[in-house]
Design a protein around this ligand. Sequence first.
Ligand code: M6R
Length: 613
Amino acid sequence: MCGIIGVVGGGAAAPVLLGGLRRLEYRGYDSAGLALSGEGRLLVRRAVGKVAALTERIAQDDPEGPFGRWTTGIAHTRWATHGAPTEANAHPHLDRTGRIAVVHNGIIENYRQLRSRLEAAGHRFASETDTEVLARLIGDRHQGDLRAAVVAALREVEGAYGVAVLCADEPGALVVARKGSPLCVGIAEGRVLVASDPAALVAHTRQVIHLDDGDVALLRADSVDVSGLDLSPRHRSPDELPPDVAAAERDGHEHFMHKEMHEQPESVRNALRGRIDLRNGDAVLAGLGRGEDGEDATVRRAILLGCGTSLHACMVGEFAFEELAQLPAEAEQAAEFRYRNPLVGPDDLVVAVSQSGETADTLAAVKEARSRGARVRGLVNVVGSAIARQTGRGVYLHVGPEVSVASTKAFTGQVAVLLLMALRLGRSRRLSPERGRAMAAEIARLPELVERVLERESSVIRAAERMAHSEHAFFLGRGPMHPVALEGALKLKEISYVHAEGYHAAELKHGPIALLTEGTPVVVIANRSPVRDKTLSNAEECRARGAGLVAVVTQGQEGPPGAWADLVIPDCDPLVATVPAAVALQMLAYHVARIRGCPIDQPRNLAKSVTVE
Ligand code: M6R
């Protein structure tokens, strides 16, 4: 989603800002812009499309001018919410005088009322955005002290924001503030930076201050002065960024997605490291607690919350919690949770699952569950993210940074950790030590199982070649493979733009089968499981109507007759098999998208982290 980078001090700002924007590109955006202050004035440039277009614009406009000299600036990549992705709607936005510039992530919910009020007072807006409302509000409150003006304006605003503001009259200063949209301050030699994502800072520093909601900070080249909205001082100390934030390079892979798929043996190993107790058939998850207030025998029900791919991981978790822990479990779309008066309380365990830890819908659901007294835990990848901090307790994924918009290694890490959670809960309840040991041993095999699927990439490419020219596809699975089918369909549609539907294998005949025509690809997950024969019958129903079958099958077992291709996964427990099956489908989607020439890491209209509801 939208990205912010700002810098004050330490040499020319423009290259730092453009480099930071390039680091933020993976989050998804449709326009970009920057503003610099110096010599008592502002310079603003915006462009629709990629950061490269903005860079070109600057090079043409001003090859040797202020862009190479001025040291204070802010920049932004915008993912359109209010108003189309046009140059006029791109950030930064200016106040009425044109001397204050603002970049903003998040949504100002009362912007219509504020805009009407400002228009009645004579403002003429240049864009359709909520951000311009904020810029003009700040300008109207400005009486020589930028921070005071920002605070006064933010007090009138409802909604979420991460903002960075600069003013032509204060060239060595930036004012930044956050509420519900992440922002961190980087402290470098002779220079202070701000960004919505630490990835934009790593080229300059690993010392960062994660701002909290309600923080406002005045940044100068040699100081960071944090206060609340009431201007009372707040103490914030810097943390060291983990080295893996800096490691986000493609390392010879054509796309981040390809690199991240191939990192999965290692990322799953990291997610499991130190957490499997093979001897006792148990899992060690310190963040969950145990006994006195932990997720033990007293839990009545588990609710697993997430969106998109993380929701699919929750749906696999639902099967694991019920089977291993004999605990009623429900996977829920996080956006729905707080709007349906959920019946949750202190006996419920709520697990919020999110790669980014910043997804607005999941964060809102966490707050709702907490307010109702549930035991809320996070299953989050990004350390220090909003959900990690809101939940206070939980388990980090440790799968490393995921740059590609399409989530891959986060999903496999999430499923691996949810299996461990189910095992832990099971061993506190009715799961026998023998079954616990067998399950722990199977989970421990995951890195090797994933490795063996990745080794078969050439057979996946052959299947992708058969599918690549179809505009529709179906994915079928049963039991814990139903969410894997949904995930396979999601991967295919988001990166290849092929219309793909995931269904429970038994559901197709209740309507969607009408859509099958000669050669429609149907990907069917028919691994070893108690329902394999039923799934194969469903596959046959599709083949009889002309579908082209691609089957995920267990090594040593036959695929459906007449299939275009079989994607073979190693034999393992049917719950554990969800991970290697998902990896096979990730590769399938990747190669279909590659053959179709799609921009795999940054698909159109998508953002890496969705910080609006
Ligand atoms: O960061 P989160 O896991 O909370 O993100 C949730 C979804 O936005 C995300 O999984 C999305 O569906 C991905 N693009 C899927 O590849």
